[in-house]
Design a protein around this ligand. Structure first.
Ligand SMILES: *Cc1c(COP(=O)(O)O)cnc(C)c1O
Length: 454
């Protein structure tokens, strides 16, 4: 082993010779340093040169209670000495049973049956297949399509990609994707001057109503990201849209799939975003924060009527056909249970309201910046939309990669910000302090100043 192997440069060089990273043009790393992380603690990640970075984006929205959280660590150590994993067909274990009981209690009314997978995209695949198969079991073979919102993101496997609508992915992988029915997003960034977000979201619902009127006979389900289209630049909409959608889905005989992979577990202010519209979906997809950011696990929570549509004598061949090798992994389920314990012990949702207010106050002055078109916030998600010109909302040409300048400035100053295009956002772990919020927003402000000049 070379002398530099345990410093950033040595590890980065080894990495770049063998690893292919996600969501990355690897050639960028000719200019941009790869950062090897040695340890984590709370909101901080520390690299091999001893430099610390505040994880303002919760390591891609998964971390809730900080890195190396003592409570989750302890729970996992105990689980590790008991059971790491066991086949989940024909066999079960107490950790998964307890987690399912908890999720049945915590999720919106009527959701009581848990089907596990190991990442968000797979949960979306499960929900899509389950909805389709439900209708098939009901003799409704003509129902094969899904309605989705423009600008939506549901993951990157082919089924999940098909119901998503991020332009770059569509342009690239379009020929491989099933057809979907796309409806304009209720995204409040697009509201008229003087129009409220609620009015806009409600007004945009007529497109959904029309699509349902026209297509309900061939549609299995509508899939949405409740309240925040996270990967689609943190665009937000009003809960009224979900209330209208639930009512319309019932009226038209179509399922509602709520993809709360990103917004679940307190990000929007409530434990689940659907609560703000007082609706229960037919399928609730959860992942990311489910294990507190520790281990890959996802779950689709569904209703008894859906479950019953598959429950029959074997010879009738109505069983659901889906499995992953690591379904119901015991360590992952333990991390999830420990995470839920932390919500209760710390009265996290109440604490988050205080943190969300601090984030709002700390970014108050961003609203007046000539290159900021909007500062928007839903609970613990706060986003700043950078534009070339505030009045016309003319975006910066994407080729200029202004967001990347913010990223670089952040890294240089011990801050992990990872703008989505020209949208700088904060989605920190819930253990962030007031002082760290002040620091986080100050570095972002300086990064933005730098990014928009010249
Ligand atoms: C991240 C995300 C997914 C995909 O989850 P993976 O674990 O990355 O596959 C699906 N839906 C939404 C809304 C997401 O934000």
């Amino acid at each position: 082993m070379t002398k530099t192997a345990h410093h950033n440069a040595g590890l980065a060089a080894r990495d770049l010779s063998v690893v292919w990273h996600p969501c990355t043009q690897m050639k960028d790393h000719e200019q941009l340093p790869m950062i090897p992380i040695r340890r984590g603690e709370g909101v901080w990640l520390e690299d091999f040169d001893g430099k610390r970075y505040l994880d303002a984006i919760s390591s891609w929205w998964v971390n809730l209670f900080g890195h190396c959280n003592p409570h989750i660590n302890a729970a996992l150590k105990t689980q590790l000495d008991t059971l790491e994993h066991a086949i989940f067909a024909g066999f079960t274990h107490e950790t998964a049973i307890e987690l399912s009981e908890q999720l049945g209690k915590l999720t919106p009314p009527g959701l009581e049956r848990c089907f596990y997978a190991d990442n968000g995209s797979s949960a979306v695949e499960v929900a899509l297949k389950m909805s389709f198969h439900y209708w098939l079991n009901q003799g409704q073979k003509q129902k094969t399509k899904f309605i989705t919102l423009e600008n939506s993101y549901h993951g990157e496997t082919l089924g999940a990609l098909a119901v998503g609508n991020v332009e770059l992915y569509r342009d690239t992988y379009g020929p491989l994707l099933m057809d979907t029915i796309q409806v304009p997003s209720p995204d409040c960034y697009r509201r008229e001057a003087g129009e409220s977000c609620a009015d806009y979201s409600e007004r945009l619902f007529r497109h959904m109503e029309q699509a349902l009127e026209r297509h309900s006979h061939e549609v299995c389900a509508v899939i949405v990201e409740p309240l925040v289209q996270c990967a689609g630049s943190m665009r937000m909409y009003d809960p009224v849209y979900l209330t209208l959608l639930r009512e319309a889905c019932d009226r038209h005989g179509v399922h509602l799939i709520a993809d709360e992979v990103a917004v679940g577990f307190g990000r929007t202010g409530t434990l689940f975003a659907c609560e703000q519209a007082a609706v229960s979906p037919d399928f609730l997809c959860l992942s990311k924060g489910l294990t507190g950011g520790y281990l890959p696990l996802s779950v689709v929570v569904t209703t008894d009527p859906v479950y019953q549509a598959f429950y029959d004598d074997y010879r009738n061949m109505t069983a659901f056909l889906h499995s992953h090798s690591y379904t119901g992994n015991a360590l992952a389920c333990r991390a999830a249970l420990a995470t839920l314990e932390l919500f209760e012990q710390n009265d996290t949702l109440a604490h988050n309201r205080t943190l969300a207010d601090s984030m709002a106050r700390a970014t108050q002055h961003f609203r007046d910046h000539p290159n900021v078109a909007e500062v928007r916030q839903t609970g613990m998600i706060l986003a700043v939309e950078l534009v070339q010109d505030r009045a016309s909302r003319q975006p910066f040409p994407w080729q200029e990669r202004r967001g990347l300048r913010v990223y670089r400035y952040g890294l240089a100053n011990g801050m992990l910000l990872r703008p989505l295009g020209n949208v700088v956002y904060f989605m920190p772990p819930y253990v962030i302090t007031e002082a760290e919020i002040a620091h986080m927003t100050r570095v972002a402000w300086e990064g933005i100043q730098l990014a928009v000049s010249g």
